[in-house]
Design a protein around this ligand. Structure first.
Ligand code: C5P
Length: 343
């Protein structure tokens, strides 16, 4: 039998079709109801067995990446290795395309992809549920990214219920040349404190999401399978905070609509703006125009398709490469740290 040499996993970005912040919890987090959607803008994580000298070796990434100890990929590999009792080292190559600190959950998705790749490479046999529950300690968005597709996220964002797939659409993304820190955005919102324990014990289901919220309206639109209804329902409670800090983004958001986007809003806590469009051609025309208008300011413009996950939650599936010549496509990203002796 061929020996698996490495496992490659795509790590998709996510956008929020809704974010409702329902109050501040006694543990300092905010109780949320959100509809999350993965899109086909992705990083790529490649994991292979490493040497015995260093337990986890990380290479690739991007110039803005956090140092190893603070990097979610690194933290995931260390924790999984410990939990699974692995004695082998782990070498990870991260090819970044998703901008960092952008509101697109790139780091969280890389963490979920690292877990999936290690699960396959080392035949750990962990279910998606086990992976999601294990990774929730590293970040509220990570459990959703183990699944991908379209889902309701509640609690602090880590409790996931799968939803009917969103109607297919295209997204024009505009990433400004600065980031925002999610904790600061939540803090600035000044949400009301919730009683202890919060009124939504543990799980909130798609049926019990409070009526009148963006999330309840988005769920209804998804059930109708209606793109026009989805457009009306979209909304993000965090958006006003980031727009207030960066007033120039309000003009850009309007510009997306003027150029032909069906709706525009902020991705997560921002600062990336997303414009929804039904047809690819129109999305590409709008993106070209936006790039011409903002390129000199170092804004980054991208186009992505909303993407639907399989029933198994593994549409971004793993690719195992085996045998002597089993190495995957060469790494093309910016390499900030090469593993010792890799030349
Ligand atoms: O869970 P994660 O580590 O991604 O969250 C980062 C920070 O964002 C938290 O420490 C908290 O300050 C804030 N947050 C929050 N409520 C949430 C999610 C995140 O207040 N539901």
């Amino acid at each position: 039998m061929a020996v698996i040499r490495e496992v490659r996993v795509k790590a998709p970005a996510k956008i929020n079709l809704s974010i409702d912040v329902l109050g501040r919890r006694p543990d300092g987090y905010h109780q949320v109801a959100m509809v999350m959607q993965t899109i086909d803008l992705f990083d790529q994580v490649t994991v292979s067995p490493g040497g015995p000298d260093r337990p986890v070796v990380l290479c690739g990434g991007c110039p803005e990446a956090l140092p190893d100890a603070a990097n979610l990929v690194y933290k995931t590999a260390v924790l999984v290795r410990e939990k699974a009792g692995l004695t082998t080292g782990v070498a990870i190559n991260l090819e970044k395309r998703i901008p960092v600190a952008a509101g697109l959950a790139g780091g969280s998705s890389d963490a979920a992809a690292t877990m999936k790749a290690m699960n396959q490479l080392f035949s750990l046999g962990w279910s998606p549920e086990k992976m999601a529950a294990f990774l929730a300690r590293l970040g509220s968005d990570i459990p959703f990214l183990v699944w991908g597709g379209t889902a309701l996220a509640t609690g602090r964002g880590e409790l996931i219920h799968r939803l009917p797939p969103a109607p297919e659409f295209w997204v024009v993304l505009i990433k400004p040349p600065f980031g925002v820190a999610t904790p600061r955005v939540y803090q600035a919102l000044g949400a009301n404190p919730l009683p202890d324990p919060p009124p939504w014990p543990g799980e909130m289901t798609p049926e019990t999401v409070p009526a009148g919220t963006f999330t309840a309206k988005v769920i209804a639109a998804l059930r109708q399978g209606s793109y026009p209804a989805l457009l009306t329902a979209l909304g993000n409670d965090l958006e006003p905070v980031t727009l207030k800090w960066h007033p120039e983004l309000t003009g850009l958001k309007q510009r997306l609509v003027n150029l032909g986007c069906d709706r525009a809003l902020m991705a997560g806590s921002g600062p990336t703006l997303i414009g929804l469009v039904a047809a690819e051609d129109r999305a590409r025309d709008i993106a070209a125009q936006m790039a011409a208008e903002t390129g000199h300011l170092a804004y980054r413009v991208m186009v992505a398709r909303s993407r639907i996950n399989s029933a198994k939650g593994d549409a971004y599936g793993t690719a195992a490469c085996s045998g002597e010549a089993g190495h995957s496509a060469p790494f093309t990203g910016y390499c900030i740290r090469k593993p010792a002796g890799s030349d």
